[in-house]
Design a protein around this ligand. Sequence first.
Ligand code: 0GY
Length: 296
Amino acid sequence: MTQKTQIMDAEWMEFHPSPRKPEFQPPKGAVDAHCHVFGPAADFPYADMRKYTPCDAGKKQLFALRDHLGLSRNVIVQASCHGYDNAALVDALECAGDLARGVAVVSPDVTDAELGALDRAGVRAVRFNFVKRLVDATPQHVFLDIAKRVKKLGWHIVVYFEAADLHDLVPFLKQLPTTVVVDHMGRPDVSKPVEHADFQEFIMLMATSENIWAKVTCPERLTIAGPPYDDVIPFARTLVDLFPTRVLWGTDWPHPNMKSHMPDDGNLVDVIPRIATTVEKQQALLVDNPMRLYWS
Ligand code: 0GY
């Protein structure tokens, strides 16, 4: 093990070992539309290009959490620590059958045969990661090229960026030819109010681009105040209220790179009725929207 790996291991917290049962009961067929599988490294080694080394968090633990929380399906997102090697993701998808779909990360020279195999395994999107602490930069023209290729498969694009990069990325995001899902609401700085120009720019982007969706995820990652995440609720609730048919929810299990606290996933489920405040909004957020995007 390299020195870098040991340092990164020491910085990473284990996911919660025994989350409580949530009080909120998700509607039948609810989807966790943002979660990961990590390794186990003995079967699926982490990529040399990774910027952090996670704790192993495999498919069996993910599916047990799904059942424990009262959820029915998963959308598993390839994380940067597995680089372009989607083997752990594909293995989890094959094990889950129709109960999971995937978001892959692919290299610029991915072949059509490889894309076809991912499609058959249940992948329905690629992720473009702009977060500088997680990945080395990929030129935008490379991403646009990949976008054109995956559009032919009927896939969409998931983008991950930090709030400070939104303004510069808007022209790129508007060029993408598919549905575009923005991870974690574009990671707003929740020390500024919803009305601040920064979050309003994100709202304006969604208002003017009907193909852009948002994941109202990661209160644990965005919060400054900590649980029960009162400071993040208004951001998520605003998006659910304004764009009820273009929002997704997920746990983000196993919560990579969390340094301040490790959330109890039961608490994350109990955030749902505070951001989707009617039965109709909950049904759209948890069932209808993800099913339309990933299962139709
Ligand atoms: C997340 C969290 C992060 C990491 C990744 O691809 C990744 O490694 O997504 C993060 O550190 O913000 O689930 O989006």
